[in-house]
Design a protein around this ligand. Structure first.
Ligand code: C2E
Ligand code: MG
Ligand code: MG
Ligand code: MG
Length: 279
């Protein structure tokens, strides 16, 4: 009967929702446990001056070392961490650990480098965000000058709300970089009103910058705009010498990507810095 079919459909429909919910719950529980058990670690990817090859800093990138599944990349868990709010404790750990490691490297006598930390919108909107950063820097004794936060353009959707927070962060002496620049909401016209330091050109434009006229035009425009309004520019996703050459011709100063180095665990990063210093 129609009634019976309806009931079956309802059951099937209900099951598929249940499965999704279950999968999500399992992952959410695993994530919750992983935070408690500290199953995360950070890799550091060098940022360089592309004309001198001098290292200027590093980006901290989180990885989840799952006891059964092995290393899980951030694309697999960051958005769940965001939607469940778990990004708040996880993000705090990431900030603390990257500052701690940076301070350790300074004390070990490595060249002083600025660490960049990715911060998600959810963290940025946490009313205690600035207080938390202050506390972490104070506890660790790291000068705020050595910290940069990378924010995506999504935080600029609500400027009235965003600008005072950005100003608060910058008044501490922390640098602010706009990640994945060119893929989001920002219109070039209001960039000049934002209290930020650096534009990080998205890797999608770098990939074919040496081949595609449009990508090249976009990258050139960003480089020249930034220069005019006094911002730094860095390119992410530099993979080949062709990329470096095309970008150098356009006057780009800073870059990051597999061409120079993949993100590295601490020991490998130390080695990279040591070799770089003796260039
Ligand atoms: P992102 O911040 O834009 O980071 C750049 C991503 O590109 C990283 O992937 C990096 O490993 C990768 N990459 C670097 N150079 C190259 C290259 O030359 N070619 C290619 N194809 N890729 C390159 P990863 O580590 O998997 O991170 C992906 C995204 O996950 C990050 O994008 C960021 O949005 C997020 N994420 C990573 N770590 C954190 C974190 O600690 N906190 C938060 N909130 N998000 C994070
Ligand atoms: Mg980033
Ligand atoms: Mg990026
Ligand atoms: Mg990205």
């Amino acid at each position: 009967s129609v009634k019976g079919q309806g009931k079956n459909n309802f059951i099937i429909f209900n099951k598929s929702i249940e499965n999704k919910t279950l999968e999500r719950r399992l992952l959410e529980n695993a994530l919750r446990k992983a935070i408690k058990k500290q199953e995360f670690y950070l890799e550091y990817q060098p940022k360089l001056n592309i004309s001198t090859n001098e290292i200027i800093g590093m980006e901290a990138l989180v990885r989840w070392n799952h006891p059964d599944l092995g290393t899980i990349p951030p694309v697999k868990f960051i958005s769940l961490a965001e939607s469940t709010g778990l990004i708040i404790p996880l993000g705090e750990w990431i900030l603390r650990e990257s500052c701690r490691q940076t301070k350790e490297w300074q004390e070990k006598g490595y060249p002083q480098l600025r660490v960049s930390v990715n911060v998600s919108v959810r963290q940025f909107e946490d009313p205690y965000f600035i207080e938390k950063i202050k506390r972490i820097l104070h506890e660790i004794g790291l000068d705020p000058h050595w910290l940069e936060i990378e924010l995506t353009e999504s935080v600029f959707a609500d400027l009235k709300h965003t600008v005072p927070i950005l100003e608060g962060i910058r008044n501490l002496g922390i640098h602010i970089s706009v990640d994945d620049f060119g893929t989001g909401y920002s219109s070039l016209s209001y960039i000049k009103h934002l209290p930020i330091d650096t534009l990080k050109v998205d890797q999608s434009f770098i990939k074919d910058v040496h081949l595609n006229h449009q990508s090249k035009a976009i990258v050139s425009a960003v480089i020249h705009l930034a220069e005019t309004i006094g911002l730094n520019v860095i390119a992410e996703g530099i993979e080949t010498l062709e990329h470096v050459e095309a970008l150098s011709k356009d006057g780009l100063k800073f870059g990051q990507g597999y061409f120079y180095s993949r993100p590295l665990r601490c020991e490998a990063f130390e080695e990279f810095v040591t070799n770089n210093a003796s260039l």
